[in-house]
Each structure stands twice: as structure tokens, then as C-alpha cells.
Design a protein around this ligand. Structure first.
Ligand SMILES: Cc1cccc2c(=O)nc(N)[nH]c12
Length: 373
């Protein structure tokens, strides 16, 4: 059975919706936050720890695994689930975005993208066909069409040409997608910060009838209100019976605002990345646990948190570990931040079920402090 979205209910207070995404490796309650495990590992986390904190589905990246260890090796190992010992759903991003954020010397043509490996400088290329075949070999439950994420800001004409090419690439991905697997290929809507291009991209992709649709080209440095506006300009053109995935989004406020606008899936490196420099997301807002003021603070990182780190260790201890460059410190901050976002989505789903997501938003922002963190 491939991937199927089941709409449970829509929140009476907002445009948010409760759903269940059925996949070959299990069912995902939506809206959901997906931890990122770029190189087939959520940095510092074991599969058991991810399950304990409530991760329903994790991400890996085609670009990184194509470069190292290579998709053939992962296939030989029995696929990504077997290779990383993760038996729940996996989604892989298609590589285009990572080429632009990581590699040198990249060149885009109608055919695809040529680039140099950021690891050893090898000249490589990815095309809609090869990116799809790599993902078929990796074996994730959900794979992404090969797209270009236009830089921000960018000229209207550039975004228009790029978005039209991404739609042509999407069709090529569909044709290349081997049906022998149970994998679902999602299309990625582009269009920059232009409502007309977003609408056209959504119409082009929905005419190809993908089982799910992502919105790319956002969370690329634009002011957040642009992102929310583009969601409002795009989602009305996406089918209600298919999942909507906002790529690269991540902060607590954006997860709530995106859910309110009808987004079902989110991913972001933010929680794991800031954890590695000792920055925590807590019910009282952001906290930098390595600050001297926590030297003698023997309370939990977040008094309201039930994660393994907050139940068993103090701010003073975690601050000490980070200052002493002890690996365990970053594992504890990662466990906490991932649990914080996964648990936030549990609360968002409860609020939708009880038709009070708008009220939850006000209460959360009151405590957490607004925006951008
Ligand atoms: C991971 C991510 C973040 C943000 C944007 C994008 C995008 O536009 N396209 C892809 N394939 N991935 C993205």
C-alpha cells in the first residue's frame, strides 16, 4: 500500500486540519514535525531515543547519501530503513536544494544540475531522472521531486523561468519514478514570493496528480509574513485530500502559524542545530544553557518538560558538559529540543481536535515570547 492521506477533521477556529498519513512503515498523525537525519542519522540520537521522544517520521537527504556512502551501497544494505535500523516512515529530500546550499561550482541547465562534491571536489550531476532513481534505491516511503529552490531575493523573471523549469522537472520525475516500490513521490510547489507564480506552479503540479505536495522556496531568508502570505496564496490550489508539506520550517511560532494555514508536515534542522551550541527551546522561550547564570542552577532545563533530559539532569550539569565539550551534553540538549517540537505538535493536534488552535496560539505566544525563535 503506498501513501494515503486521511482527513480526520478541520479546526472550527482556524484552517488547521487533523489527519493521518498512512505509509508502508506506519501511520503518521498530522500536523507533524519531522526530525532531520541528513546523513542517515539524526545527529547523536539512537532510533530508540527518537521513538521515546515521539518522532513519527524522519528525513534524510539524497544529496548527502548520493555523495557518501552512495545509494548503491544503501540499496545493497537492504535500503535506508535497514541501513539505519529505523522501522518507521522516512522521507528523503531530492537533492536540488542541498546542491545549492553545499556544493561549489554548480551549473543549472534544462537537463539538471552539475556541481562539485563538497567532500572531495568530484564533478557530479543530478537530474530529475537520476535524483528519482537514487531515491528509489534508498527506499524512503516518501520521496521528493527534483526542484530548484530559487535564491531569495531574486528577479521576478528568474523565479518565473526557474519555477516553470521545476514543473517540467516534476513531470520528468514522475516518468522516471519506478512503480515497483511502494514509494510516494511528492511534487514541490515553487514560485518565490509571487502569488501568481505560486498559483501557476500549484496548478501545473496538481494537474500531474501527485499523492502529496510540498511548498518549497520558503524559509530561505524572507520575512516570515511573506512565507505566511505565500501559504495563503498556494494552499487553496492544493487538493484537500492530499498532504501539504512546508519544507525547511521549523521554529515553534512557524509550526503553529503553518498548521493554522493548513500545513500537515514540517521539517527543519533548527532544533538539532541550535542544540549543538547549547540553545534550547523551552516553554518560557529560548534559553542558552551555557550562559554563566546557570552555573549553580540545579533545576531542569524546562520545568514544564517531561523529556529524559529534563527529568534526570540539571542546567548546571548540562552547562558543565557543554563547557567541557562532553558529547553527552549535546545529546541531552538535542533530546530536549526534538521532544519540545514533537510535543508542540501533540498539543497542536489536541487543540485542533478541540477546535481551539487559535486560542492555543495566543496562549503559547504569550508564554514563549513572540516570533523568530
Ligand atoms: C529542505 C528545503 C528547505 C527549504 C526549501 C526547499 C526547497 O525549495 N526544495 C527542496 N527540495 N528542499 C527545501
Amino acid at each position: 500500500m503506498a501513501v494515503k492521506y486521511e482527513l480526520i477533521k478541520t479546526c472550527a477556529q482556524t484552517g488547521a486540519r487533523l489527519g493521518r498519513l498512512h505509509t508502508p512503515h506506519g501511520v503518521i498523525d498530522t500536523p507533524t514535525f519531522m526530525p532531520v537525519g541528513t546523513q542517515a542519522s539524526v545527529k547523536g540520537m539512537s532510533p530508540e531515543e527518537l521513538k521515546t521522544l515521539g518522532a513519527q517520521i524522519i528525513l534524510s537527504n539524497t544529496y548527502h547519501l548520493f555523495l557518501r556512502p552512495g545509494h548503491e551501497l544503501v540499496k545493497e544494505a537492504g535500503g535506508l530503513h535497514r541501513f539505519m535500523n529505523w522501522d518507521r516512515p522516512i522521507l528523503t529530500d531530492s537533492g536540488g536544494f542541498q546542491v545549492f546550499s553545499l556544493s561549489e561550482m554548480r551549473k543549472i541547465t534544462e537537463e539538471g544540475v552539475q556541481f562539485r562534491s563538497h567532500i572531495n571536489g568530484d564533478k557530479l550531476s543530478l537530474t530529475p531522472e537520476s535524483a528519482t532513481q537514487v531515491q528509489n534505491a534508498l527506499g524512503a516511503d516518501i520521496i521528493m521531486a527534483f526542484d530548484e529552490c530559487p535564491p531569495y531575493p531574486a528577479e521576478y523573471e528568474y523565479v518565473k523561468q526557474s519555477t516553470e523549469r521545476t514543473s517540467r522537472w516534476a513531470e520528468r520525475c514522475l516518468k522516471a519514478h519506478s512503480r515497483s516500490h511502494d514509494q510516494a513521490l511528492f511534487g514541490i510547489v515553487q514560485g518565490g514570493m509571487h502569488a501568481d507564480l505560486r498559483k501557476q506552479s500549484a496548478l501545473d503540479l496538481t494537474s500531474l496528480d501527485f499523492p502529496g505536495y510540498a511548498m518549497g522556496g520558503l524559509s530561505v531568508g524572507e520575512p516570515k509574513h511573506f512565507m505566511y502570505e505565500m501559504l495563503e496564496e498556494t494552499i487553496p490550489y492544493l487538493p484537500g485530500n492530499k498532504p501539504r508539506y512546508l519544507m525547511g520550517v521549523g521554529s515553534p511560532d512557524a509550526l503553529i502559524e503553518g498548521s493554522i494555514r493548513g500545513v500537515d508536515m514540517f521539517d527543519c534542522v533548527l532544533p538539532t542545530r541550535i542544540a549543538r551550541n547549547g540553545t534550547l527551546m523551552t516553554s518560557q522561550g529560548r534559553m542558552v544553557v551555557r550562559n554563566a547564570k546557570y552555573t549553580n542552577d540545579f533545576g531542569p532545563m524546562d520545568p514544564e518538560c517531561s523529556c529524559y533530559a529534563c527529568r534526570n539532569y540539571s542546567r548546571a550539569y548540562i552547562r558543565h558538559l557543554i563547557k567541557a565539550d562532553e558529547m553527552f551534553g549535546l545529546r541531552l540538549t538535542t533530546i530536549h529540543n526534538l521532544h519540545f517540537l514533537v510535543n508542540l505538535m501533540v498539543q497542536v493536534r489536541e487543540a485542533i481536535r478541540e477546535d481551539r488552535l487559535g486560542t492555543f496560539r495566543e496562549e503559547f505566544f504569550e508564554k514563549y515570547g513572540m516570533a523568530d525563535n
